[in-house]
Design a protein around this ligand. Sequence first.
Ligand SMILES: C[S@@+](CC[C@H](N)C(=O)[O-])C[C@H]1O[C@@H](n2cnc3c(N)ncnc32)[C@H](O)[C@@H]1O
Length: 507
Amino acid sequence: MAKKTAADSVKSALAGKPIGTTQGRPSALVDTRVIYCGDNLEQLQKLPENCVDLIYIDPPFNSNRNYEVFWGETKEKRSFDDRHASTKAYIEFMRPRCEELHRVLKKTGSFYYHCDWHASHYVKIMLDQIFGENQFQNEIVWRRHFSHNDPKKYGCVHDVIFYYVAGKPYIWNQQFVPHAESYIKSHYSSVDKDGRAYQLVSCSAPGEGPARKFGDKGIIKPPVGRHWSWAQEGVDELIAKGRITFTKTGMPRLIQYLDEMKGVPLQDSWDDIPPVNSQAMESLGYPTQKPIPLLERIINSSSNKNDIVLDAFCGCGTALVAAENLGRQWIGIDVSPTACRVMAKRMRDVCGVKEDDKLWRIGRGFVVRDLPWSEKKLRELPPFEFENWAVIALGGRPNKAQVGDMGIDGRIYPVSATPKKTEGELEFMDVWYPIQVKQKDRAGRPDIDSFEAVMMREDRQKGFFVSFDFSSDAMSEIQAFFKKTGKSIIALTVKDILEEQIAYKLA
Ligand SMILES: C[S@@+](CC[C@H](N)C(=O)[O-])C[C@H]1O[C@@H](n2cnc3c(N)ncnc32)[C@H](O)[C@@H]1O
């Protein structure tokens, strides 16, 4: 992992470049293909101004505690007294972050803010103040559910995505969607001798203009108040190609083939992208995960190859994966170490990009920076984050539901039991090992006793127990349990994990 030392900072300063810049990287201003773990306000303040081309954010609503939203508020067993009290507090939380995002956005860049009815009206006013009302382009409505049962009111089925630009000109690539079947049927019912569907369309547009010569038909004036759509050379070319036909009254009509049409320019109401289905290949099982096609559409519209895409609330990294797929550079920020590990795994598994400092230096792999890799930082993590950190560090899958976890914080699936997603998330061989995590200094005999009960109940041969340390009683109990039942409990300390001493203990 690339850690910026004081010496690095001095070197960068002497080289006259902003800190964080590495020679040979795609941008002279900023490091890309980096996931930063930390509060985005702090992380953004380290970036220079005007350095990214496209920003997408999908912040959690009304919470500055990431994990309850990331993992699903309703399933989280703990209560949080520091939750934002109101929409006002949410806006106060978001305003300095959006100001920073506005600062780092290039003048040709675009900004997308994903939210829903809870706060959208307040968010719009805040963004108008930061970006300027004239920079507002669209309120995109993404229909994420077909129907929703909201008692005694209309079902809330859509999210809102506000689209702003930093200035003009800005990067814009018009996207198209296919024509509706009904439209094709009603408009392209004619078929030529080669079997190509076509329709006849007007050759003129509003506004006065001169007459043109239409081949053998001679000079024809456009209808009153209109002009022909092409200069004389354009008309000559279309006539030569046989693309103009004439009505009984002698008016020219253009033969427009369906197979030459790009489709309908994309509008601001999107109902053709379904949400991530829990059974889908891309599903990681997180309630806030957005579909990749949604992000691909945004990235295609508002950036070009090798442009820099920033997601400052990147969750399980959908925007980063979409950016990587489309040949863009990317920067991700998330305050949750769990989210950062999940997205690093996704980047490796889905995009085949290696998490490797050496490769990253030559513009290939990626790096995760600022993860809490010290015992001190791990002690300060909220318990839920700590559990996830340990489970993910062991290569396991954390429990998503914290209620009713029955003493299991995560499960390790041996390679031979890798789930086949197409068959459903948990439909694979019943081979897994439980993991229990205790964020305490000395796990004792009672902790081991209760884990033994879990191992017996679940009939598991092996289990993993993580803690900062174990008492000697705990270690003797583990040995006695093995003698009695043949079942092994592997005791792992945080130090083991940090020093990557776990490989031989897992063997
Ligand atoms: C709604 S999720 C984003 C989901 C993402 N769009 C995806 O498809 O996976 C919001 C994320 O914002 C992160 N977050 C919350 N507060 C943050 C902060 N102050 N700085 C950085 N990330 C934060 C949470 O950890 C969470 O992962």
